[in-house]
Design a protein around this ligand. Sequence first.
Ligand code: RNT
Ligand code: ZN
Length: 413
Amino acid sequence: MSRFEEAKEMYSQLGVDVEEALNSLQKFPVSVHCWQGDDVVGFDGSDSLTGGIQTTGNYPGKASTPDELMDDIDEVLKLVPGTKKLNLHACYAIFEEGEKADRDALEPKHFKPWVDFARQRGLKLDFNPTIFSHEKAQGLTLSSEDEEIRRFWIDHCKACIRISEYFADELGGPVVMNIWIPDGLKDLPASRLAPRRRYLDSLNEIISMDYDKEKVKVALESKVFGIGMESYTVGSGEMTFGYALKNGLTPLMDNGHYHPTEVVSDKISAALLLAGELALHLTRPVRWDSDHVVLFDDETKEICKEIVRCDGLDKVYMATDWFDASINRICAWTIGLRNVQKAMLYALLEPKEMQVMQDQNEFTKILALQENLKTMPFGDVWNEYCRRNQVPNDLDWFAEAEKYEEKVLKERK
Ligand code: RNT
Ligand code: ZN
């Protein structure tokens, strides 16, 4: 018997159907953030990242053209198993020679190369307005007191909804279009209400445009604070979740955007019950919203377990969100994405029986089982998943990434 067959046998003794788990995972899309490849810079002319987020490090080999970024994404796709989507930001618009459009004037045609890229690889797309790294994003944006600035970002979001519809038409939907604003204040506000009221007005105006809600899922991402905006965040948890709930949008939770002992794993069941669906950004907070590479750690597993336990695989839109420039960027992408896949597989291999035990007050048994699960031959099932997806296993992928570094990344200036 192969190691995999043995593992399958052991899991079945716990009532777990390994084949069913592998099939479920295979169908679950994870939306790969394009912005790990170039430190969240994009191609629309900005040269520094603003908005209270930060990429640190200057590991060589950063992608600085669309072709380079596409090559790097291809390499990542080769190293990560499972079904992937590609998550683009508006600042990754690709202009023709001599052409330029400001963010409020972006059009579907500026993303045609991405649609072609995605189509050739069988990927669907997700999208994000880029409401930072821009001269009009030096203070507040969608909550700005300056009507001209607020209008500019409303128009940007509307343009992004049209582009998202185009993605859905070309490649199939739904396209998750996530609005995140960096708006906040460094020091104690005199009015917390006024910016929130303007943010609300802006959102009302954006979603009042005519668009197909089946094709485009407008999501709202919350945050607790940003660098330089430590005292107040306009798009707080209550603000975005409440607005989404009231207006039929999709709440988005980024697990780097909460207080240190507050966990997203505990919020998933409530969000699914109340909103019906939920979008996630998987990241790793280290003391603050530091966007470190996702690990195969307890909270990542717990988030995935909750998705599975809530029967949420077709109700949760999972995306990734980290940016590390201090290590090989392809590896940063790959390690995090493989860990997301691993954590999902781990969650799918939990005995469903356990939920019944809770209602029978069998807490000793649950604790014992949960601990026993940790030393089950999970790695053999994971290796089989990699094999079936024709990607290298844990022992082999790094050598492949090193080759790419030698051959491609080191050649870049
Ligand atoms: C920032 C948010 C947001 C960004 C991306 C680039 O704190 O997490 O999702 O990381 O839009
Ligand atoms: Zn995020």
